[in-house]
Design a protein around this ligand. Structure first.
Ligand SMILES: NC(=O)c1ccc[n+]([C@@H]2O[C@H](COP(=O)([O-])OP(=O)(O)OC[C@H]3O[C@@H](n4cnc5c(N)ncnc54)[C@H](OP(=O)(O)O)[C@@H]3O)[C@@H](O)[C@H]2O)c1
Length: 304
């Protein structure tokens, strides 16, 4: 497993997403987290809403049973989606973090992200909430999720002593919105339309880490594209490259994200320990530029 410096943390290049762990029993959670750690994955992504709080609670139970592993684990959680709308108020952010701390059974959260943009945001209120949580030692570092470049820039303006380190965005071989407009710039193709304010370039410019979510899903939670008959060419290519490097098709799909030159830290959502081992094994491989573009084009996309 490769690591990089993320706000002073020695963070694994792959994150374990915890959105799908609510239905696992104690033994399965134990096996999942220990497999992650054995594979070198030390970064775990939560949200206050995952499983209605069950995901954080079950993770907290694991930490309580394994206190010696606490220091090896970097915990991230998200807040601001609530009751079918978004809430960036100071009161909501602070209350949400207190709930997460309680469920996780920890004194501080390493990274807190705002889950989805709240168009009613008062940036000075968010800044007050972040500064309070930081001064109280309840949150160490901050970031956002699903935000455009200018949304980040606006919020950052109000955060005098706090840097936004992360933007969690949907990105996979089949969901390439954040790279399409850059590849098709200055053309009349539909893909040239910039839907996110060049967020990829902005993140690179500001040394912000991009955490691609749902790296194996097509559409918006449409199911995995792996072995999906609607993506025949892609799956053929994944297998072909996998055979060359001695890794699985699933690993190749994650490696494709890691091969991008931005600070990419994909969040895998599988709870299957065999798949986790395969993905981790593949993460240390490399992929040529040509292979990378062949995979991009295997879903039907064209280059100008
Ligand atoms: N910020 C946001 O708005 C946002 C949104 C969504 C998710 N997230 C984060 O991103 C994480 C990952 O999201 P995700 O779970 O959608 O990611 P994902 O890794 O794309 O999908 C995982 C799902 O795909 C299945 N899968 C993976 N490989 C497979 C294969 N080879 N064959 C068949 N099924 C396969 C898994 O089943 P098995 O478990 O059986 O392998 C699991 O149900 C979440 O846990 C969460 O932390 C963030």
């Amino acid at each position: 497993m490769k690591y990089f410096d993320l706000a002073g943390y020695n963070a694994s290049r792959i994150v374990q997403g915890c959105m799908r762990i609510a239905s696992l029993d104690k033994k399965e959670i134990d096996m999942l987290i220990k497999t992650d750690l054995d594979c070198g994955i030390n970064f775990f992504d939560h949200a206050d809403i995952y499983g209605g709080g069950e995901c954080e609670r079950k993770f907290g139970e694991f930490l309580k049973d394994n206190p010696s592993l606490k220091d090896e684990i970097i915990i991230q959680t998200k807040c601001a989606i609530t009751n079918g709308y978004y809430d960036f108020s100071k009161e909501h952010i602070v209350r949400s973090v207190e709930g997460s701390l309680k469920r996780l059974g920890v004194e501080s959260i390493d990274f807190l992200l705002l889950h989805r943009p709240d168009t009613l945001m008062e940036p000075d209120e968010v800044a007050e909430a972040f500064e309070l949580l930081s001064t109280q030692g309840k949150v160490k570092c901050f970031g956002v999720s699903n935000q455009s470049a200018l949304q980040m820039e606006l919020l950052q303006k109000y955060l005098s002593n706090i840097k936004l380190h992360i933007n969690q965005l949907q990105f996979s071989i089949t969901n390439t919105g954040i790279i399409d407009s850059g590849l098709n710039v200055n053309t009349e193709k539909a893909e040239a339309v910039d839907r996110d304010g060049s967020v990829l370039d902005y993140c690179r410019l500001k040394d912000i880490t991009i955490q691609p979510w749902s790296p194996l899903q097509h559409g918006f939670f449409g199911g995995t594209f792996i072995n999906n008959p609607s993506y025949e060419n892609l799956n053929k290519k994944l297998k072909e490259i996998g055979e060359k490097y001695g890794i699985t098709d699933t690993s190749v799909a994650i490696l494709w994200i890691l091969r991008h030159s931005a600070r990419m830290q994909p969040i895998i959502g599988t709870v299957n320990t065999e798949r986790i081992k395969q993905i981790a094994a593949g993460a240390d491989c490399n992929m040529s530029r040509q292979e990378w573009y062949e995979l991009y084009k295997s879903t039907g996309k064209t280059l100008p």
